[in-house]
Design a protein around this ligand. Structure first.
Ligand code: NAP
Length: 247
């Protein structure tokens, strides 16, 4: 059975992705940082639907925890064929003039370093060079990488710009090793993340200004991720799907 690891699989886009991948025959490793109950609920929902899943705690910004998470998958005999680097954070909306190093480093530690570390561990397991059977990685970037998110969170936007560059560079490094690497750049999606920015209702405020005049649902991102991971996308690597309602 193919195994998919979804980082930040306990809530929002990660949760929707974990549920959808399970429906499409993946055994899903549901990673979470702190909300154990939310991750357990995703696992239980998958099992109720006849799928296979387990939860795995790790803060992806911590190298030792990332290494331990991948080792625990190995110990369960899971052959990793898909990785979704979905975990990401942002903080209170503000301007660059108000940012400090501590916050910038925290955002980058999870969104950039954490994504790099998970990519590294996955490559070591998937790459032909390391005796693997190939696989696919999807990074969850953001439309913010293109917009810059001025007066909201330029630090977050810049971290997603780095994720885009990682996607491109790694895709080219491992293209001949049986691994495809792509990214999805969601626009405004209804999740709890906006509350972390201090504006829980942000999607509804901005939605009327979007070409499609509505926010997106986590499922609409999960479907793009599913496709990029699937054999239907077998000749697609190093590229991006903008799922942002036309923005
Ligand atoms: P969310 O609802 O806030 O959920 C975040 C998830 O990431 C949770 O499962 C959380 O785990 C996990 N997480 C956070 N930091 C982590 C860490 N250091 N290690 C492991 N897990 C961690 O977020 P979301 O809106 O679904 O966003 C998912 C991804 O989509 C992010 O990369 C985000 O940047 C991107 N995105 C979102 C939107 C949007 O409009 N929502 C738009 C563009 C891009 P716990 O539950 O344990 O806290």
């Amino acid at each position: 059975m193919k195994t998919a690891l979804v980082t930040g699989g306990s809530r929002g886009i990660g949760r929707a992705t974990a549920l959808l991948l399970a429906q499409h025959g993946y055994q899903v490793a549901v990673n979470y940082r702190q909300r154990e109950e939310a991750a357990a609920e995703v696992v239980s929902l998958i099992q109720q639907q006849g799928g296979k899943a387990f939860s795995v705690q790790a803060d992806i910004s911590d190298e030792q925890q990332v290494v331990a998470m991948f080792r625990s998958l190995d110990q369960q005999g899971a052959v990793l064929s898909a990785l979704v680097n979905n975990a990401g954070i942002l903080f209170q909306q503000t301007s660059v003039a108000q940012l400090n190093a501590e916050r910038i480093n925290r955002v980058f530690a999870t969104n950039v370093t954490g994504t790099f570390l998970c990519c590294r561990e996955a490559v070591k397991r998937m790459s032909f060079q390391y005796g693997g059977q190939g696989g696919a990685i999807v990074n969850v970037s953001s439309a913010a990488a293109r917009s810059g998110a001025p007066h909201e969170y330029v630090d977050y936007a810049a971290s997603k710009g780095a994720v885009d560059t990682l996607t491109r560079g790694l895709a080219l490094e491992v293209a001949a090793q049986g691994i495809r690497v792509n990214a999805v750049r969601p626009g405004l999606i209804y999740t709890d993340m906006h509350a972390d920015g201090g504006e829980a209702d942000r999607v509804n405020r901005i939605a009327p200004t979007l070409p499609m005049q509505r926010g997106g649902e986590p499922d609409e991102i999960a479907n793009a991720i599913l496709w990029l991971l699937s054999e239907a996308a077998s000749y697609v690597t190093g590229t991006f799907i903008d799922a942002a309602g036309g923005r």
